[in-house]
Design a binder for this molecule. Sequence first.
Ligand code: F3S
Length: 63
Amino acid sequence: MPRKLFVDQDACICCNLCADTVPDVFRMNAEGVAEVFDSRGAGEDLIQEAIDACPVACIHWES
Ligand code: F3S
């Protein structure tokens, strides 16, 4: 069962990196902040790359 993801939108600095890296999982919302729209849109390895690359480390797996 894939884990769920969330973006801490208060911390996101709107750099677009996650949406560029994994566009099937992340997108920029109407406010220009990242959101998860499909936690299962990509493999966990690719998602983890986006998590690790986020400059403010604001993407998290739900526990
Ligand atoms: Fe925001 Fe991090 Fe993505 S700063 S746009 S959640 S890479």
